[in-house]
Design a protein around this ligand. Structure first.
Ligand code: XMP
Length: 326
């Protein structure tokens, strides 16, 4: 049998009861696979890795070692949420790595989008490798591989960032979600007690805010992206657009424009709002945000985000534009 093919008799998970029965059988399977062995997991706080973590905590408790790498490119509140949910509420064995300075120093002065992506990916593996080497007795590596990853990338989780570990750190894989589609993963996550803000998160690229702070990343512009993104998400949630619009975020380019603030000339950054709908991310249409809401979000960004004097709305469908700007 092909190990990477969803079994033909596997029913789709559509209800909480089905999710609970899936969780029970996966707990048994994981216990059989790992016994008393220790399992390592890179826990980003995204849907897939969070659901794997919650499932494995139920199966093997402290024998799961979660490593959360804060690379400084996460959205506002995300690292704190990972610590709160997994360390404080689920009592996980969680190692929190503050690698913010390390990533931002490596990225300083790098403006080419592909090079930025490569640096973020390579540095992530290096940090994770260093943490893995400090630990003893690890035999297994858990991954949040889901079925579309297998279908799209021939069994290699394309955007999963621990695939590049050196040979002496090759562990046996534990991939409990590998036959699930995204909607099924969310139902399982909900049944495991994860908060909605984690389970129903919009897609977020691996390189995080790094691809939305255009050109060479600076700390001041990165804060403009993070703060404006937080305002946009808060307003979308308040106005019933969360979960309705597929992906929405802000972008800060690496140029400034002239404005007036308090009667004086200002020279500050613009914030670009992007909100799109799509089925498969191959094509996308622009969300028709009510004008009054756009105005309100603009006012908030202009008054609350330091260093910003202009807000624009990106009206570009994909194609011709891509969803992200880099
Ligand atoms: P584009 O910009 O190509 O994006 O239209 C399509 C979808 O893919 C996401 N995206 C990424 N996801 N790593 C990821 O995990 C990446 O490097 C990456 N780049 C883009 C993007 O957010 C959108 O949902």
């Amino acid at each position: 049998m092909d190990n990477n093919k969803r079994p033909e008799n596997m029913k789709r998970i559509e209800t909480e009861a089905q999710a609970i029965s899936f969780i029970e059988s996966e707990i048994a399977a994981v216990k059989t696979q790992v016994g008393n062995g220790k399992v390592l997991l890179a826990l980003s706080g995204g849907v897939d890795s969070s659901v794997v973590a919650a499932l494995l905590i139920k199966a093997i408790g402290k024998n799961l070692v979660c490593v959360h790498v804060n690379h400084g490119l996460l959205r506002k509140g995300e690292p704190e949420q990972v610590v709160k949910v997994f360390r404080h509420e689920m009592d996980a064995n969680l190692i929190y790595v503050d690698a913010v300075d390390r990533f931002l120093d490596k990225l300083a002065g790098i403006s080419d989008p592909e090079q930025k992506r490569k640096i973020i990916g390579a540095e992530f593996i290096r940090v994770f490798e260093e943490e893995a080497r400090k630990l003893e007795g690890i035999d297994f590596l858990a991954q949040g591989t889901i079925y579309p990853d297998i279908l799209e990338s021939d069994g290699v989780k394309a955007h999963h960032n621990v695939g590049g570990l050196p040979d002496d750190l090759k562990f046996e894989l534990v991939e409990p979600l590998k036959f699930l589609y995204k909607d099924e993963v969310r139902i399982v996550g909900k049944a495991l007690g994860l908060p909605d803000s984690m389970v129903y998160r919009q897609p977020f690229p691996g390189p995080g805010l790094g691809v939305r702070c255009l050109g060479a990343i600076t700390r001041d512009r990165l804060e403009c992206v993070r703060e404006s993104d937080a305002i946009l998400r808060e307003e979308f949630a308040k106005n019933g657009l969360e979960g309705k619009v597929w992906q929405y975020f802000t972008v800060v380019p690496d140029f400034r424009s002239v404005g007036v603030r308090d009667g004086k000339r200002s020279f500050e950054y613009p914030v670009i709002i992007r909100a799109v709908n799509t089925k498969d991310a191959m094509t996308a249409t622009v969300e028709d945000i009510p004008f009054a809401l756009l105005s309100h979000i603009t006012d908030r960004i202009l008054s609350e985000v330091k260093g910003v004097n202009r807000v624009c709305y990106d009206m570009t469908p994909k194609p011709v534009g891509t969803i992200e700007w880099e």
